[in-house]
Design a protein around this ligand. Structure first.
Ligand SMILES: Nc1ncnc2c1ncn2[C@@H]1O[C@H](COP(=O)(O)OP(=O)(O)OP(=O)(O)O)[C@@H](O)[C@H]1O
Ligand SMILES: [Mg+2]
Length: 221
């Protein structure tokens, strides 16, 4: 197993009460597997993805990567794991506003010490695959939502992570562009055996992945 969620509980404290969003979520993902996560708005999909990627900590329970608990990696170990092994497409993209599309897409490689030239070449190829070559030197505020989304997707896989988490990666895209993005993600999944955990509201898209998990009432089925 590449990733295991063990009895995950996530609570948020609000001024009036404690909200239990995830109430004992357990499942495993094998290397190279593609898994869709679906469920109603507010059911905890983004929260779950954040826990699985080590961006946030569960109230109880554990996440294991190849048998090692994220909680046991230490801050530096966890950061190194995220840099090397994880790609993440945020629901709101989270591009760096002061960097161009190309620089944003190249960022994971730059952080890993790849030369600027090689990083730009790899990121440029990814942007081309996603139909974004003509916008490579635009800043995020000069890009449409769908264009920003495609830069965020390029950034999630340029460094050849072992697992990609994608939070509604086609949410801002028209049908045709969504198809090219899905193809790119599935191609990475197939060719590099990169595990893919993808949140989507689209049943057709979910059906194209190996397995569908549905979150409802804090549990996954
Ligand atoms: N920091 C927080 N503090 C309090 N409540 C939060 C916090 N983050 C999320 N929540 C609540 O947790 C619930 C789950 O949120 P989450 O973003 O995981 O849902 P989601 O399934 O991704 O929804 P969507 O499909 O709309 O993106 C929501 O009711 C939300 O209001
Ligand atoms: Mg969400």
């Amino acid at each position: 197993m590449i990733l295991t969620a063990e009895n995950l509980i996530k609570e948020f404290s609000t001024p009036r009460k404690v909200l239990r969003i995830l109430d004992g979520v357990s499942f495993s993902v094998s290397a190279g597997e593609s898994v869709a996560i679906t469920g109603p708005s507010g059911s905890g999909k983004s929260s779950l993805l954040g826990l699985l990627a080590g961006l946030d900590r569960p109230t109880e329970g554990r996440v294991l990567f190849k048998g090692q608990a994220l909680a046991d990696m230490g801050e530096d170990g966890l950061s190194a794991w995220r840099r090397n092994c994880v790609g993440f497409v945020f629901q709101n993209f989270e591009l760096v506003s002061s960097l161009t599309a190309l620089e944003n897409a190249a960022l994971p490689l730059e952080i890993l010490g790849t030369s600027t030239r090689d990083a730009a070449a790899t990121a440029g190829n990814a942007l081309e695959t996603l139909g974004m070559s003509s916008r490579a030197d635009h800043f995020p505020n000069e890009l449409s939502g769908g264009e920003q989304q495609r830069v965020a997707i390029a950034r999630a896989y340029v460094h050849q992570p072992e697992i990609i988490f994608a939070d509604e990666p086609t949410g801002s895209l028209d049908e045709e562009t969504a198809e090219s993005v899905v193809k790119a993600l599935l191609q990475v999944n197939e060719e590099r055996k990169t595990a893919l955990l993808l949140v989507t509201h689209n049943p057709d898209l979910a059906g194209r992945l190996d397995r569908v998990l549905t979150i409802h009432g804090g549990s996954v089925a």
